[in-house]
Design a protein around this ligand. Structure first.
Ligand code: BG6
Ligand code: MG
Length: 221
C-alpha cells in the first residue's frame, strides 16, 4: 500500500541545526565543568531542552545539584546561544537532497507533516523558507511527552486521520527512531548505523534520500 503521509523531524534532517544545538550545549558544559563530547551529544539529539540538560548533568564527573530555578537559567542561556547561531540560517542551508525529496513526496500526493521537539521549530522553518511546505506542524508546544515517546508522530497521524502503519517518519536521532517505531510507523534514519540501529531503513546522509529508495524499503518499490 502507498504510504499516506511523511512526518519529518527538523533539526539534523531538514538542516544542520543538530550541530548548533551541540555547539551551544558544549559551551554550557564548559561553564558547568562537564565535557560534552559527540558521544554524549548523540543522546541529546531529539530530546527536549530540559531533558538534554538533565542528561548533561547526569554525565558530570562530580555530582552537581542545581535547583529547578538554576536549571531554568542554564536552559535559557543555552537557548540564547542557540538562537544566536541560527540567525545565519538561509534557504540555502536546507540539507542536500531535501528539496528533491519534498518535491517527490508532493508530486506523489502524499501528505507532509513536521514533527519537532524544538520550541524554535517555526523560527527555523521561516529562515529556511519552508514555513508553508508542510500540511501540518507538531512542535514541543503541542505535546505532553517528548521523543522517544511516540506522541509527536501519533499526533500528526491523528490530525490527518490516518492509520499509523500508513505513515513514514524521518529522523536523525535514536530517540526519534524509537518514537516512530513505538508509534507503529515505518522509520527512516539519517546517520550512522551505531546510533540508528533500530531504523527500518537508513542512509548515511540526506543526499542519499530518494522517494524510490524509501518506498522500496517500505515494501511497495
Ligand atoms: C530537537 C533537537 O529537535 O529539539 C534537540 O534534536 C533539542 O537537540 C530539542 O534539544 C529542543 O529544542 P529547543 O530549540 O526547544 O531547545
Ligand atoms: Mg533531529
Amino acid at each position: 500500500m502507498q504510504p499516506k503521509a511523511f512526518i519529518f523531524d527538523l533539526d539534523g534532517v531538514l538542516t544542520d541545526t543538530a550541530e548548533f544545538h551541540y555547539l551551544a550545549w558544549k559551551q554550557i558544559g564548559e561553564q558547568l565543568g562537564i565535557p560534552v563530547d559527540r558521544a554524549l551529544n548523540e543522546r541529546l539529539k531529539g530530546v527536549s531542552r530540559m531533558e538534554s540538560l538533565e542528561r548533561i548533568l547526569a554525565a558530570a564527573p562530580r555530582p552537581l545539584h542545581l535547583s529547578p530555578g538554576e536549571k531554568e537559567q542554564w536552559a535559557t542561556q543555552k537557548n540564547a546561544l542557540y538562537q544566536e547561531l541560527i540567525e545565519t540560517i538561509r534557504p540555502s542551508d536546507r540539507l542536500p537532497g531535501i528539496d528533491g525529496l519534498l518535491n517527490e513526496i508532493r508530486s506523489a500526493n502524499i501528505l507532509l507533516a513536521l514533527g519537532s521537539a524544538s520550541r524554535n521549530a517555526n523560527l527555523v522553518l521561516e529562515r529556511l523558507g519552508l514555513a508553508d511546505a508542510f500540511d501540518y506542524i507538531v512542535d514541543a508546544g503541542q505535546i505532553r511527552f517528548g521523543k522517544p515517546h511516540p506522541e509527536t508522530f501519533v499526533n500528526a497521524a491523528d490530525h490527518f486521520g490516518l492509520p499509523y502503519e500508513t505513515c513514514i517518519g524521518v529522523e536523525d536521532s535514536a530517540a526519534g527512531i524509537e518514537a516512530i517505531n513505538a508509534a507503529g510507523m515505518f522509520s527512516v534514519g539519517i546517520g550512522s548505523p551505531d546510533a540508528l540501529s533500530e531504523a527500518k531503513y537508513r542512509v548515511a546522509d540526506t543526499s542519499l534520500l530518494t522517494l524510490g529508495g524509501i518506498l522500496e524499503a517500505y515494501g511497495i518499490g
